[in-house]
Design a protein around this ligand. Structure first.
Ligand code: BG6
Length: 294
């Protein structure tokens, strides 16, 4: 296993060629390649990689609040959309590897209230710790986030792993595992709806927050051109956001490039974003996703 740790990124590669690259801003996974060198994640060419904005692609981490600030949730109402974890500079805590025929590598990253600048801490003044582990195996990538309340005050959080999957053609993408599940439709005034007993397909802007009826361990599968490409299993993350900006929204995002890149991406985001998870002093919340290549 080869590891390189630069000033702003950590990369790791298995002897069989699979690799992962993580930006310290946001502990954002920027790239995940299979053994043939094929990229599995979508990354906008105009992404900001300096912490001035969340990365437009890869796997940004949403914490401690999902979406635009909620005026009815006073504690997070001053935060920017999707919180601050995706722009803060994380620490690389180290690696663990297993060598041999089934080699793997785990990279650990940390962020705590002590790492935040004062302005950010003022927006959400709680003492917390985040431990994020990115584990690369030959045919899978696992991302696990552990959130701890290190202070005396209780706090409430939402979190989400905002994965941008690379696909060949969005028009022939099918997402299964969400059949008969309730969702909130963000492109239709947050209306509560229920998915039909059929896969999710794409023919325009989509922004939906699903609570899959079969629970987090039932796989959500992304098929591309009739062939299953990604299988996502969640741990403790009850929601799945499905997002594609399509033409107009892609046009309106300054960091989205190329503009027709929406054809080659789909966001299927594992999270806990309906209501709030309350953490009392000393409590921990752990959420994870494992993405397997089919
Ligand atoms: C998704 C949201 O998770 O993220 C969308 O459901 C949002 O509403 C998208 O547009 C991208 O958000 P941002 O802040 O990275 O532009």
């Amino acid at each position: 296993v080869t590891i390189s740790h630069g000033n702003s990124r950590v990369t790791a590669a298995l002897p069989t060629g699979e690799s992962v690259e993580v930006l310290l801003f946001g502990a954002t996974v920027l790239s995940w390649k299979d053994g043939a060198g094929d990229e599995k994640l979508w990354l906008s060419e105009d992404s900001k990689l300096d912490g001035s904005k969340g990365v437009r692609g890869g796997i940004p981490i949403v914490f401690p609040a999902f979406g635009p600030p909620d005026p009815n949730h006073a504690a997070t109402s001053k935060l920017p959309q999707h919180g601050f974890a995706r722009t803060a500079r994380w620490e690389f805590l180290g690696k663990s590897t297993s060598e041999g025929s089934s080699s793997s590598v785990k990279l650990d990253f940390g962020l705590s209230s002590d790492n935040l600048d004062e302005a950010t801490r003022a927006l959400w003044p709680y003492k917390f710790g985040l431990l994020y582990s990115v584990t690369l195996e030959r045919d899978s990538l696992d991302t696990t986030l552990v959130i701890t309340n290190d202070g005396d005050e209780p706090f409430e959080i939402q979190t989400l792993l905002h994965t941008y999957f690379r696909v060949k053609d969005i028009s022939s993408v099918h997402v299964t595992g969400l059949e008969d599940s309730p969702y909130s439709d963000k492109v239709d005034g947050m209306k509560a709806k229920t998915q039909a007993s059929s896969p999710v397909t794409f023919s325009g802007e989509m922004d939906r927050v699903y609570t899959p009826a079969k629970g987090p361990r039932h796989p959500v599968v992304i098929s591309d051109g009739g062939k299953p490409s990604f299988r996502i299993v969640r741990d403790n993350l009850d929601q799945v956001v499905v997002w594609n900006p399509w033409t107009d929204k892609a046009e309106s995002m300054s960091d989205f490039m190329p503009k027709d890149g929406y054809k080659n991406m789909v966001c299927v985001e594992a999270g806990s974003v309906q209501g709030w998870q309350k953490l009392d002093k000393g409590d921990a919340f752990e959420g994870a996703q494992t993405i397997s290549l089919s």
